[in-house]
Design a protein around this ligand. Sequence first.
Ligand code: HEM
Ligand code: SF4
Ligand code: SF4
Length: 685
Amino acid sequence: MTKKLYPERTFLRKIEKIGVAIEGAVNRFAKSDFNPFYHLGTLTIFMLIVLIATGTYLTIIYRPGADVAYATVEKISSTWYGSLIRSVHRYASDAMIILIILHLVRMFIGDRFWGQRWLAWTSGWIMLAMTWLAGTFGYWMVWDQRAQWMTEFMMQNIAGSSGLTYISTDLASRTFSNFVIILFLHVFVPIITFFFINIHSLHLSRARWWTPRWAALQALVGLIVLSLFKPAMSYAPADLSAMVGSVPIDSFYLALLPLADTWGNVIFWGLAILTAGSLFLLPWLAPGRDAGPAIVTDPKCTGCVLCYNECPYDAIRMVERDDDSGYPKLAVINPKLCTACGICVGSCPVDAIHLKGGYSGEQTFGVVKGALKRELKDGNPVTVMFTNQRTHTLGGLPEKLGVGGAESRVGVTSWDGSDAKIVTAMLPSIGAVNIDWVKTLQSEGARDIVLLSHPYRDSPNREDSHWILNRLHLRPALVTKGLHWLEATPNDPKPVEKFLDELHTEEFQKNKSAPSLPRIKDHNRLVPSLVGGLVGTVLLLGLFALALPLDIPAGMSAAEESALRIAVDAKGKVDVANIPEGVVLPEGADPEKIFGGVHFPMSIRVVIDGETVFDEVFKPSGVGGNGRISALEFLQVESGAHFVEVFIKDDTNEFRNVFSDEVEFDKGQVWALVYNEKTDTFELR
Ligand code: HEM
Ligand code: SF4
Ligand code: SF4
């Protein structure tokens, strides 16, 4: 069965058209080398480099610890260069998320998430999660009110009693180690991202890591302008004895968290895991169909390695050959890595490769040649145009060219106002054009040959236009005045129509000359026009500036009230010591220390103004029931003076009173009642 050369998914194609139209709008001013939308992946890597460079400076000055962190961040901001470095660091972290999301969306709407791309897709999600984690840690390190909000959020929603670190008696030493861990992760996670970038590109040949020089410069200018316009600032220092009223939080890193408050943990995390899991598994949940994989007809293959050199997806191996063909090597395709781009079909000088799903270069060219002969016999000048199915699917071919579905990959039509005929052939990609076709068509009498490509950097298979251009650069004798190279955004038929109109005028025919083909090497040496450079810079600046209005306010839901935290971190009392049978311990020995033991649970009851507001039982941790007992509870209390009593029961005796006092709650104040096991009392802090 003949399969489509470009996946047919109506909905995705509709969105892809919108995406391509936006890219096309930038192409009007900038060549594809300077269009940031074509460099989203490499720009992300560039952001990571900026983050590591600026982060190195920040780490040198920064000191971890609840008592010093805030002050050192303020110190960084106190010089103009420190403030600039801090701000570039902050905006680069937002820019990275924005770029990853755009890159992800581009891959999704361009149907580049299934088949061999599963590895790039899944590793991409892991990198997104890592970036999110590292950035979130970064906000935490400042230890201002935003960090406090995150800590409160964590204590109340995610990590439960692990927030005890911030309340416990030996606070300073415990929070210091927390700070060190967070600092370590904040620095370490981005570094291992480089390892993941390596995995991300494992299924690619010649993976690109470096963004073109000008695109990088545009991004850097964007970051600096934004940093000067609105330098990154801390909010008031964190103070766990006061509620966080309202503090702006970064939408790209933290915005979803307040939803956990609104929806509750089960719904929020359930939905988050379901959505992220489905997206992660999309390559298997929604695989597309293509005309692949490529197949080599062994007897024809001469082992010339051209296909091996050109495959952008590392899908071809050259293996030793010991049959009687006389050739030492044979090309072998790994179907699991093939994306059916057809570049190898175009590269093969002996037509030894075709696509299993029904595309053969030899057959397609046979139809083109047949059409050419017929039209020439009728005395018509003939233009042969090669294009690819993506351009057709996205609406980039004038309708009157008469190419359609899989069954009519070659169409013949007359062009208005001229006696010329146009033979249009639709290929899997422009890289599937065999260079010998150009030679044959020229010798058989085609007046013009048009190679219609998408913009050079837009290649849906990474290197589609690169390889046909490379073949032409290597055979300059074929680049005659009858050959035309046309790059057009694939959703826009107008430039194609305009070009064909012009091509078929007498004047054009009289004055035509050999085209100067775009260069394929040293793209870094290309310089954008002033307008092109500006458009790229403003576009990136605009994208990065999304970080500004999207700082949304967040605060603690009870900010208008006061609160009481109950914190317990105790060993508890032993119910049964695990003394093995027959063992007699020397006098004074603690059996629990030697053999462990089962602890009593601890019941805590809080009574305010005579009314029980809290009554719960906390079990000892650990499988054997011999771990510590931890509790961290947050109780909302109306502002004003209240009589607070706390009772606990952690053995067979009745509840005992461990705190009773009149406590004055100012508006927004948070008191902590921390259990001290040694004195068996709750201390108010
Ligand atoms: C830190 C985050 C990321 C970085 C630095 C990054 C970088 C890159 C780069 C540089 C490329 C192009 C390689 C080349 O053509 O030579 C690429 C390709 C790709 N990326 Fe990412 N990426 C990231 C995240 C993601 C995410 C989140 C996804 C999707 C979930 C994704 C999906 C892909 C896919 C499918 C390709 C293959 C494209 C193709 O076959 O044409 N990436 N990435
Ligand atoms: S069709 Fe493309 S991906 Fe598949 S083997 Fe050929 S060049 Fe490689
Ligand atoms: S290009 Fe053709 S002949 Fe050369 S190695 Fe590949 S399949 Fe064989």
